[in-house]
Design a protein around this ligand. Structure first.
Ligand code: SF4
Length: 339
């Protein structure tokens, strides 16, 4: 257990307000935040997961998904227990929704930030990814790893629901090289009822990330009956086009009920729904729209200007034809970070 940052003490009754994410939990002495990994103990806030990753893997960067950032590279990926959302579709619910985290971490090995960075370097990955659950909830740990990673020439990748507080995002921005942020729906009702969050803070953070000039990709999981309304999906495409730019990659992914937390009764997304969404997004003006969890041409990168194939993807293996991020046919800039 380590003292937290990003909180303020409230003068009476040893209460504190956590300021790490946009829930801004008000916690009395002894209380634990909505994420279940931050606790007020005697008027001070503590993080229960600093140094205790529960998931550690080497993943292809394409799995994050990031298609326009160091294509073909690998990312040393980590996540802890806890999450500030309660998405009914969550696939990692065994760790994201875990309770009694302080007790559970007693059975985990302690990994100080240096050990994470050393392991990434030993394994030869180009980056470290903060992922699997919402990484904001282990923010202090992530910041310490990220600083060291940059000193040693590694990149940092942030895979997130975008619900962090603006003050935390301000510290994060100089240290993150690539973001993938979910826009789960363009309906605040969906955010409240299916995810346990709110839409507006996510949209504001996306604009802040874009303003900072960071590499940014967006993901939307299309869930039958809950987030498959084409008018709503068009609103997301328009937001990306207007606020984040036409070359922002948009990953629209297929939902599978069997692996979800509380939506096992729902069918998988129809491939036609994904294809319709892709074509309406392209009509809006988006240049790179990808179909996730649907093997085939929808995963490839084509030049939006001349149609040349720039990157062919088969699962997580890729063949590159681009010329250092430019179209092999006409030289168009494809918004690909190559180094
Ligand atoms: S990170 Fe968010 S959910 Fe967790 S205690 Fe802080 S404000 Fe609450």
């Amino acid at each position: 257990m380590k003292p937290a940052r990003f909180y303020k003490e409230i003068s009476k009754n040893k209460a504190v307000q956590c300021r790490l994410c946009s829930h801004y939990c008000l916690l009395k002495d002894g209380e634990i935040g909505l994420c279940r990994v931050r606790q007020n103990k005697d008027g001070k806030l503590y993080t229960l997961v600093y140094g205790y990753p529960v998931a550690l893997n080497i993943d292809p960067v394409e799995k994050k998904p990031l298609f326009h950032f160091l294509p073909g590279s690998t990312a040393f990926s980590l996540g802890t227990y806890g999450c500030n959302f309660r998405c009914k579709n969550c696939q990692n619910y065994d760790i994201s929704q875990a309770t009694e985290v302080e007790e559970k971490t007693k059975h985990l090995k302690f990994f100080p930030p240096e050990e994470i960075v050393n392991a990434a370097q030993t394994q030869g990955t180009e980056s470290i990814a903060y992922t699997y659950v919402e990484p904001t909830i282990f923010g202090e740990y992530a910041l310490d790893i990220m600083k060291l990673a940059h000193e040693r020439g590694l990149k940092n990748i942030w895979i997130s629901n975008g619900f962090m507080s603006p003050e935390f995002l301000k510290e994060l921005l100089p240290l993150v090289d690539a973001f993938n942020i979910d826009i789960k729906s363009f309906s605040n009702k969906f955010y409240q009822e299916v995810a346990g969050g709110r839409l507006q803070p996510v949209l504001e953070n996306l604009k802040r990330i874009k303003k900072e000039g960071k590499h940014l990709e967006v993901t939307t999981l299309i869930i039958p009956t809950l987030s498959d309304d084409l008018k709503m999906l068009k609103s997301i495409a328009e937001f990306i086009f207007q606020e984040l730019g036409p070359k922002t990659p948009w990953h629209i992914s297929r939902f599978s009920g069997a692996i979800s937390w509380q939506l096992k009764h729902l069918p998988s997304t129809k491939v036609e729904t994904l294809q319709e969404t892709k074509s309406l997004a392209e009509k809006v003006g988006l240049k790179f729209v990808y179909l996730g969890n649907v093997p085939g041409e929808g995963e490839n990168t084509y030049c939006p200007k001349c149609g040349s194939l720039a990157i062919k993807r088969t699962g997580y293996s890729i063949q590159r034809f681009d010329d250092n991020g430019r179209c092999p046919g006409c030289g168009e800039d494809l918004n690909i970070v190559t180094a």
